[in-house]
Design a binder for this molecule. Structure first.
Ligand code: FPP
Length: 252
């Protein structure tokens, strides 16, 4: 399902061009937001969850179908244990508090990343969130948690190698065949990848999937991110010309 990105062309009937189908966000700057206010880093992450709630709602209203957010990376284990525990507790609280509402609103929840590294209670909870929303298709919220793109690609390559050894697949690997082994196997590629906090990095997020994503780096710290920022990001996306390696129509 990967290569289905929309182009920011005006719709046939004129009017507003369509919103990007899939927006991915690196929610960065929680720590700096907290430090600037003399608060503990945990307070920044807590406000980050509120920004996530606002963004899910705004994304649905603005016509985005897929939202993928980076919540905890495979590299974030290097942080102090107390901060790691806070991030785990916040994921748990978010799912416990919001699952019923997400279900009711037609949101399909997925959690991508290495499930094996999660504490059993969190793994059970995310399994439940995925199971209970599996029939929803109005909006797709994907939370990357214990996720790292290199880790995902290595897990996919290992699974492919096992399938090859078992004679289930051939050695003639195609993009599509490989993508079936990625965590994002049933998601389209992101059209727009936003990173907040003014840093210009992708930080091991969706490296394969973002091959043709439009990249947008914004100065706002994640806890302050709101509907206006998302609308402005979509407007900036509409200014881009997406060519996917081809030439612009009419170019000589
Ligand atoms: C990066 O900011 C943010 C993270 C590592 C965590 C992102 C988490 C949330 C937005 C809240 C949790 C949401 C769920 C659903 C669990 P940073 O801490 O690296 O900020 P800094 O670069 O300013 O220090």
């Amino acid at each position: 399902m990967a290569r289905t990105g929309t182009s920011p062309e005006p719709s046939q009937s004129g009017g507003e061009p369509p919103a990007p189908q899939h927006v991915a966000i690196i929610m960065d700057g929680n720590g700096r937001w907290a430090k600037a206010r003399g608060l503990p880093r945990a307070a920044g992450h807590e406000r980050g969850v509120e920004a996530l709630r606002r963004t899910v709602e705004a994304a649905g209203d603005l016509g985005i179908c897929y939202l993928t957010v980076f919540s905890f990376s495979t590299e974030n284990w290097r942080r102090p244990a107390a901060e790691v525990n806070t991030l785990f507790a916040l994921l748990k609280a978010y799912v416990q508090r919001d699952l019923a509402r997400l279900k009711e609103d037609g949101v399909r929840v997925r959690v991508i990343g290495q499930r094996a590294g999660l504490p059993p209670d969190i793994a059970e909870l995310v399994d439940r969130a995925e199971r209970e929303t599996a029939a929803n298709s109005k909006f797709h919220l994907t939370i990357a948690f214990n996720y790292g793109s290199r880790n995902e690609i290595l897990r996919a390559a290992t699974a492919y190698a096992r399938a090859l050894a078992a004679g289930e697949v051939t050695a003639d690997l195609t993009d599509e065949a490989f993508e079936a082994y990625l965590d994002t196997r049933d998601l389209p590629d992101p059209d727009l990848l936003i990173r907040t906090s003014g840093e210009y990095r992708i930080s091991n997020f969706l490296l394969w999937q973002a091959a043709y994503a439009e990249l947008l780096f914004v100065d706002v710290q994640w806890p302050d991110f709101n509907r206006d920022h998302l609308e402005s990001a979509i407007s900036r996306y509409h200014e881009r010309e997406r060519r996917f390696g081809a030439v612009a129509p009419g170019a000589t």
